[in-house]
Design a protein around this ligand. Structure first.
Ligand code: CO
Length: 612
């Protein structure tokens, strides 16, 4: 693929490959496919010309030639590893920057950790706003193995043009706080951690209960295909459940389409901290190679993935996706009046991957359960971002975690793109609230309540927030597929930990990530509507993506509905988040509602010999 792009002169020199993705075929073509049919496989290459400042999208037939090249007017490429490297190299050689470091007593540039961060969209006066920019927060590395985040160098940063590699600005504040030199070690050889437990072995003497054929996975009654994307990372496709011998479709494609981290502090430069880890950094690039016994325990099957770099070199990431089974407590239990006990263990199937984006780790974990439920859980770990302040001084938007070492308040806001096809579709979106019946004949005792079900018939009506007072959930129903009592079959989206954006809607990040201001959006499925902040969020002023599409207010009833669920955490750091934070979780569940005749868990056999 990359060879074709190179031969055609589309990559090489100042022509860079920003992303190589599968151009997924139209759903109708996939649905019509039968074994033996050929379906043309096409790759989608996003190309950046750093001289011309243009983005082009090239479609390339797998094993064939270039099919199409189109310019994306006004777009800027996302940030590339090569960009970051060049920007850091330029900074490290800049005389003004070196002089500023020397004024702080730092003479060894190798002791300075420079990061290249996306810029937001607020370009300082005097800099051409069409340039593609990064800024560079700094940390000190006093020893080769130091935790750099313990030692932020506050009050000094640069702005770099990613394409010309010019250092455009060296920003230096007067009277900066001292560099904290408080401890931050977390490596075992530094901490000598010695709290130990006895060995815990996961033994599956007959092997795991799932089979893998390429990317197709079969576990228990679930069937699915696992996928990977350079931008989104882990993706699930074509998720089905075998019900009474029949494969029933639940989801066509599910991914985390965006992840944005707005910071809430007011240190100079802090207004730029609003990274779109998916849309600006292409999260899939940072996928870890996982290790057996550490990242994943038990009988593991790994999938390898590959990403292409800016020059079209393919880099394999071995053991990038982990698949395994976990015991998950009990699935159900009942002891009856005769003391007869029925109990079932719950086993869940886990597909996961972990990325490292600078200081932070994100684990994406999808779980399939034996009662027909699906869960997504993001695991947030790694090291909190740090700044420096005067020790003990008031810090209204940060936690002082060591004297003078500040961890700014921030939010991790995810947006899942859930292309569900409940029983093959078409689907209709319904909001369900529980509420007391009005006092009077309908509710004489005052304790009766009911559910109010509202069809969210258009895009404008489907921009919703969670409501824990009414136990609100949303369900996608298939009105053409009726369950055994005649009602439409459905799956419901059950929100878990959600947050609300603290940035004001009129702020830079409020405009750029306007999708944050609803927990639920719904759109009719369009292949080119893939990311909630738009296709090209890099330095984009905002308005693209969900706000733009849904302004059409398209009808949603009995159509191919895509749900967009916004969730995440508001991270007020604790001293216990330091020096590395224990996993924080956020996510949601999808549960069958009227989809099955009864609890699918009833078909699970008892544990057998182990139960005594
Ligand atoms: Co955090």
């Amino acid at each position: 693929m990359c060879d074709v792009l190179r031969t055609e002169g589309l990559i090489g020199g100042h022509r860079l490959l920003t992303m190589l993705q599968l151009e997924e075929p139209a759903k109708v073509a996939v649905r019509a496919w039968r074994p033996g049919d050929t379906l043309r496989r096409v790759a989608r290459a996003t190309l950046w010309d750093s001289n011309e400042h243009t983005v082009h999208i090239a479609l390339v037939a797998v094993g064939g030639g270039v099919l199409d090249v189109q310019e994306a007017p006004g777009a800027l490429a996302s940030i590339l590893a090569l960009d970051c490297q060049r920007a850091r190299d330029a900074v490290r050689k800049d005389e003004r920057f070196l002089a500023a470091l020397a004024r702080r007593g730092i003479l060894d540039i190798d002791s300075v950790h420079v990061e290249a961060w996306s810029f937001g969209s607020e370009v300082p006066a005097g800099i051409d706003s069409t340039r593609r920019l990064v800024w560079t927060p700094l940390w000190l590395r006093p020893e080769p193995d130091s935790n750099v985040y313990a030692h932020p160098i506050e009050g000094l940063r640069t702005i770099v043009d990613l394409d010309s590699c010019e250092v455009l600005r060296v920003e230096e504040d007067e009277d900066p706080p001292p560099i904290p030199l408080t401890p931050g070690p977390y490596r075992a050889d530094q901490t000598h951690a010695d709290v130990r437990l006895r060995d815990l072995a996961i033994v599956q003497k007959d092997g795991p209960s799932f089979t893998v054929d390429g990317w197709a996975v079969s576990w228990e009654r679930w069937r699915l295909r696992v996928g990977f994307d350079q931008r989104e990372g882990l993706v699930l496709h074509d998720v089905r459940f075998v019900d009474e011998g029949r494969e029933r479709i639940v989801a066509y494609r599910m991914s985390i389409a965006e992840l944005v981290i707005p910071y809430g502090d007011r240190a100079p430069g802090a207004q730029r901290k609003q990274a779109f880890d998916t849309g600006e950094f292409s999260l899939g690039n940072f996928t870890n190679s996982l290790t057996l016994g550490c990242d994943c325990l038990g009988e593991i099957v790994y999938l390898d993935v590959a990403v292409a770099d800016a020059l079209g070199n393919v880099q394999e990431i071995p053991q990038a996706i982990c698949m395994h089974e976990e015991d998950h407590g009990i699935l159900w239990k009942h002891t009856d009046q005769s003391d007869h006990v029925e109990v079932r263990r719950s086993r869940r199937f886990v597909v996961s991957s972990i990325v490292t984006v600078n200081n932070y780790e994100y684990g994406y974990f999808w779980y399939l359960y034996q009662d027909g439920s699906i869960e997504f859980e993001a695991k947030l770990t790694g090291i909190v971002l740090t700044t420096a302040g005067q020790p003990g001084a008031p810090a209204p938007s940060a936690t002082e975690i060591e004297p003078g070492l500040l961890a700014p308040y921030h939010q991790h806001i995810f947006c899942a793109r859930l292309d569900l096809d409940v029983d093959g579709g078409p689907n209709t979106l319904v909001e369900v609230d529980s509420e007391p019946l009005p006092p009077g004949p309908l509710n004489p005792e005052g304790s009766s309540y009911t559910t109010r079900q509202t069809v969210l018939a258009r895009e404008s009506a489907a921009q919703r927030e969670v409501n824990s007072f009414t136990g609100r959930y949303w369900k996608l129903v298939n009105r053409q597929a009726t369950g055994h009592l005649g009602g439409p079959v459905g799956y419901k989206l059950v929100p878990g930990a959600v947050t609300w954006p603290m940035a004001l809607p009129e702020s830079v990040i409020g405009r750029r990530a306007a999708f944050m201001y609803h927990h639920l959006w719904a759109t009719p499925n369009r292949r080119n509507e893939r990311y909630p902040a738009g296709e090209f969020p890099y330095q984009h002023a905002g308005g693209a993506g969900l706000p733009e599409w849904t302004a059409q207010d398209r009808p949603l009833e009995d159509t191919d509905v895509v749900l967009w669920h916004v969730f995440g955490t508001n991270h007020i750091p604790r001293s216990e988040d330091w020096p590395v934070m224990a996993v924080e979780r956020t996510g949601f569940m999808l549960k069958p509602v009227g989809f099955f005749r009864r609890n699918p868990g009833i078909e699970v056999a008892p544990p057998g010999a182990h139960c005594h």
